[in-house]
Ligand binder design. Sequence first.
Ligand SMILES: *[C@@H]1O[C@H](CO)[C@@H](O)[C@H](O)[C@H]1NC(C)=O
Ligand SMILES: *[C@@H]1O[C@H](CO)[C@@H](O)[C@H](O)[C@H]1NC(C)=O
Ligand SMILES: *[C@@H]1O[C@H](CO)[C@@H](O)[C@H](O)[C@H]1NC(C)=O
Ligand SMILES: *[C@@H]1O[C@H](CO)[C@@H](O)[C@H](O)[C@H]1NC(C)=O
Length: 308
Amino acid sequence: MFHSLYHLIFFVWTFMSITNNTVTPKCFPQTDSTIDFSKWACNNITLSRDNPDLQTVNTTHLRGFGFYFSQGQVDSTLLKNFTELKNFFIDVSKLDRFEFKSDSLKNFLFARTEVPQGSNFANCCIALEKLIVKSSKGLELEHEGFTGLKRLKSLYIKDQNIKHITRNTFIGLCKLKQLSLINNSIDTIQEDSFVDLVNLRELYIEDNTLKSIHQKAFEPLSHLRSLTVYGNNLEPLPLWMFKNQNKLREIGLPFKTWTDIDIEKFPMMFPELGFFSYKSGTESHGEIEYVRRKHKKLVTLLFRDKDT
Ligand SMILES: *[C@@H]1O[C@H](CO)[C@@H](O)[C@H](O)[C@H]1NC(C)=O
Ligand SMILES: *[C@@H]1O[C@H](CO)[C@@H](O)[C@H](O)[C@H]1NC(C)=O
Ligand SMILES: *[C@@H]1O[C@H](CO)[C@@H](O)[C@H](O)[C@H]1NC(C)=O
Ligand SMILES: *[C@@H]1O[C@H](CO)[C@@H](O)[C@H](O)[C@H]1NC(C)=O
């Protein structure tokens, strides 16, 4: 469900950016029968406060806005008149300055955009609940890139080359429920990386180059329901690493970990678990068969436990 939602939202914006690529004028209202709020977009403009294109936007009750194929500067005053803005996107743009600020914004999609080295989202948006960052250049997200986003519930970071996760990466995000780090370059996760994420329900760390996860890294995540940690270079993860995750309903682990699992203990550790998955580097037929057989045993055990 989580993944399909992400794709849906991204698809809607992307689709519009392609179909409207050649439309003039440069800023125009978006007609979209699936939403009931007022929305505009700008194509290929140079961003600055006094750009006349930007002043054609009707900001009265404007809830959605964004731009693509644009350049120039995003500073804290650019959207000063957009006081009711809830949804905003920047797509395929190249900015000389990125100091975004909005007190009303709830959803922010930032994709395929180049910004000056070291830019981030810290303190940008006090009301922000959902942030998607994808395939962009220049952002510094490893070190306090999201501080001050106290209401953030969903954070998706994809194709960003993040390497190390430390305590500073997600510091203060105590309302966060969904965190997806799919297809970055994460190789280490330190002990206190998730220490503030006490409300996290879903964590997806897939298609990274994970080499080590501190064995206490998951300890603060006692409300976790879905977890995927695939990594071809990971040593088998000891199950006691997940001793605080007894509410898990879905788990995805590297193949090497499944081969180690004690199938007697496993269902007792995770009484609500219903969905398992794995990923291996080679995907050989033997491995697939092995895990399949193991899953069958696990499913049987789980159901028997539930019935009694
Ligand atoms: C943007 O507009 C300029 C002219 O103002 C044009 O040369 C360029 O091709 C446009 N770029 C895109 C991506 O539409
Ligand atoms: C904001 O609104 C005021 C009053 O309508 C207008 O004079 C001003 O140009 C607008 N500023 C921007 C950046 O659009
Ligand atoms: C601006 O938008 C508001 C709300 O959608 C609408 O009532 C108003 O007529 C619009 N103004 C112009 C000049 O189009
Ligand atoms: C993963 O991210 C890289 C850029 O960091 C990109 O080139 C590649 O296509 C992405 N792979 C997938 C499967 O999305």
